[in-house]
Write a protein that binds this ligand. Structure first.
Ligand code: MN
Ligand code: MN
Length: 282
């Protein structure tokens, strides 16, 4: 008589063999990306031929990468209480070696001495559930050259307010992106860093959709859902008051050519994308 473990192994082997020989495999359902629940703003695909709009999904956030700008076009992430924990800030800025073979990998050195911060898109403090989650935010594919006052004052205030909204019982869908070329950092005006490998964007935008914590998120965005859209200059003279840069989603769509919130019904999009938020800013 076979030892019980051996019997189990034999059964498993038979099951695996049967599965391998089966002629009608179970169809694999399309993977669901929680960070793109409200849509893929630029129709990015994970096709290296699409090097200006390359989809790079990660467990912690999903982005569209522009190889020749050396920065993301946009980064999208879902922010819930579940993503917030006690992991320390890892500060392990590093190249993203998951880019397609042959693509230049921007390193932290590209930004050194430029007068621009390595500005997170998905913030470190939004990903503190585990050390691995926090560390992922330090990949250089999540960074743009950001004027220090924009990063440390304007943007920091908006990021903090987003987490305040989560603390008040909401879940958020956040999209951050950039467009145009040329910013102003602590060393003056620059269009690119590192011999042209990294473009300094002219404008930095963010769209935040605020929902009370719940299910079926795309389906319950309604004409009364709060949507915060901001569009800021990537210049050190920027005001610390992020609320003064509020605009419409429509204006950001017009500036970028994207369709934001495309998974929301078009009737609801028409209403919420034309409205300028006037809610609290802290
Ligand atoms: Mn930042
Ligand atoms: Mn739209």
């Amino acid at each position: 008589m076979l030892h019980p473990v051996s019997r189990l192994t034999a059964l498993l082997a038979v099951a695996l063999l049967f599965g391998a020989c089966s002629e009608t495999p179970e169809p694999t359902p399309a993977p669901v990306d929680e960070h793109l629940t409200l849509g893929n703003p630029s129709g990015a695909t994970a096709d290296p031929a699409q090097f200006r709009n390359f989809l790079l999904p990660k467990p912690q956030f999903t982005l569209s990468y522009h190889r020749d700008r050396g920065i993301p076009n946009w980064v999208s992430w879902h922010l819930t209480r579940d993503w917030l924990g006690s992991a320390a800030r890892q500060d392990d800025f590093r190249a993203d070696n998951s880019l397609p073979a042959g693509w230049h990998q921007v390193t932290t050195g590209s930004y050194t001495g430029s007068g621009f911060d390595r500005g997170h898109n998905c913030p470190s403090a939004d990903r503190t559930r585990t050390v691995a989650d926090n560390s992922a935010t330090f990949l250089m594919t999540n960074m743009i050259p950001q004027a220090p006052n924009n990063n440390q004052r304007t943007w920091a205030g908006l990021e903090e307010y987003c987490r305040t909204l989560v603390g008040q019982g909401n879940e958020l869908y956040v999209m951050m992106g950039n467009y145009g070329t040329g910013g102003n950092g602590t060393n003056g005006d620059l269009s690119t860093l590192d011999q042209g490998r990294v473009t300094v964007p002219a404008r930095i935008w963010k769209v935040v959709v605020v929902l009370p914590t719940g299910d079926n998120d795309a389906g319950r965005v309604s004409s009364s859902t709060r949507v915060i859209a901001v569009d800021t200059p990537n210049r050190n003279s920027v005001s610390a008051d992020w609320g003064s840069y509020r605009t419409t989603v429509d204006a950001i769509e017009q500036a970028t050519g994207y369709d934001l919130l495309s998974a929301v019904s078009s009737g609801v999009q028409t209403t919420i994308e034309a409205r300028v938020d006037n809610g609290p800013t802290q």
